[in-house]
Design a binder for this molecule. Structure first.
Ligand code: SF4
Ligand code: SF4
Length: 344
């Protein structure tokens, strides 16, 4: 058996060793009374007793703002530009103690960014390829979590390289993939005992049972698409929403971005920034026409994309049930209610 034990007192040493091997490590950190997933540069300690982080780990592979390349005018041919890729120095990114729902969310982002062929996103692909995911299972899932509706669970192993279970004094580390096994083999930690494995199994089963009966959102597919699109439901459903975009920025599966050039003199940088379907500018055409002119269309887009279009295109909804949008929406819009109503 390849499972090992990581005593809690040894976490910083463990991370320091991996940092020494060249990993850029991200994990949950306390920030102004909340927990966000951020780079662990050696000065901040990861928090391991938390429900879920406010900011998800998606920025590890899809940063909020990212430089794509720099450009300058070619002085020998003033009608041409010289393009230069922005270099990325690290050998690997390690996600430490993120939640299993967020590990699954990378699989949803992969469907968008890792399309085979010319549409593959090289900026995302480079970071994703070198990534190792250590997920900390949820011994006590939060009331806003509904990962089990979406095919996940508090100890789901989908997208996980090493599964961590909190056993009190330390973490059981169970390798799930060859990548995870390889990482653990190179680190000197005590092996897990049969009683460690048995205790973890009990915690994992109890947490899964505590989630209750799931509701399958894919039933939404039974309703004709055009009927859902034209339903007067959206008129009243969107009214409370203030279109602040919080839900989409915190969501681990939302992937919209906007590309901008910043130019100074004869050189500049092309970058991209997260965008959100909740803002009118996102779809404003240069002509002045906007195909989603009011809040109703924008609200409908968010839920139809997550719950219907993505399901039709990829066979899964674009949600892992992390519950962030439920927790942080300032007007208490709850995607679980929308799923129930759309199913009806
Ligand atoms: S967080 Fe709530 S109010 Fe803000 S855009 Fe999302 S649903 Fe609307
Ligand atoms: S839609 Fe809400 S619950 Fe689903 S993954 Fe995004 S933030 Fe989490």
């Amino acid at each position: 058996m390849d499972a090992k034990m990581l005593p809690k007192a040894d976490v910083s040493g463990f991370l320091g060793e991996l940092r020494g091997k060249g990993y850029e490590i991200w994990g949950p950190v306390e920030v102004d009374g909340a927990v966000d997933t951020m780079p662990l540069d050696g000065t901040a300690s990861p928090v391991t007793e938390y429900w879920n982080s406010r900011v998800s780990p998606k920025a590890m592979v899809f940063p909020q703002s990212e430089r794509m390349f720099v450009f300058s005018v070619d002085r020998s041919r003033p009608d041409a530009f010289i393009l230069k890729e922005v270099e990325e120095p690290c050998i690997g990114r390690l996600a430490f103690a993120i939640r299993p729902c967020d590990a699954r969310a990378f699989g949803i982002l992969d469907k968008v960014f890792l399309v085979q062929g010319a549409w593959q996103d090289p900026y995302y692909a480079r970071k994703r390829e070198s990534m190792v995911v250590m997920a900390l299972g949820c011994n006590s899932p939060c009331t806003s979590c509904f990962c089990h509706w979406t095919g996940g669970g508090p100890f789901s192993r989908e997208g996980v390289d090493i599964m961590m279970t909190d056993l009190g004094e330390g973490f059981l580390l169970e390798p799930v993939t060859d990548k995870g096994r390889e990482l653990l083999q190179g680190i000197d930690l005590p092996g897990a005992s049969p009683s460690n494995l048995e205790e973890a199994k009990g915690l994992q089963d109890a947490a899964t049972a505590a989630m209750g009966e799931p509701l399958d959102p894919s039933h939404i597919r039974k309703r004709p698409l055009l009927e859902m699109f034209g339903d007067s439901y959206w008129e009243r459903a969107h009214e409370a929403c203030i279109k602040c975009g919080t839900c989409t920025y915190l969501c681990p599966t939302c992937s919209c971005f906007d590309i901008q050039d910043e130019v100074r003199g004869q050189c500049g940088v092309r970058g991209r920034n997260w965008d959100t379907c909740m803002f009118p500018l996102t779809t404003l055409h240069a002509s002045g026409h906007n195909p989603r002119p009011t809040g109703k269309e924008r609200f409908r887009q968010r839920f139809m994309h997550k719950l219907r279009y993505f399901l039709d295109d990829f066979g899964t909804i674009m949600c892992v049930g992390c519950g962030r949008c439920v927790q942080f929406c300032p007007v208490n819009i709850d995607i679980r209610e929308i799923i129930r109503e759309l199913r009806g």
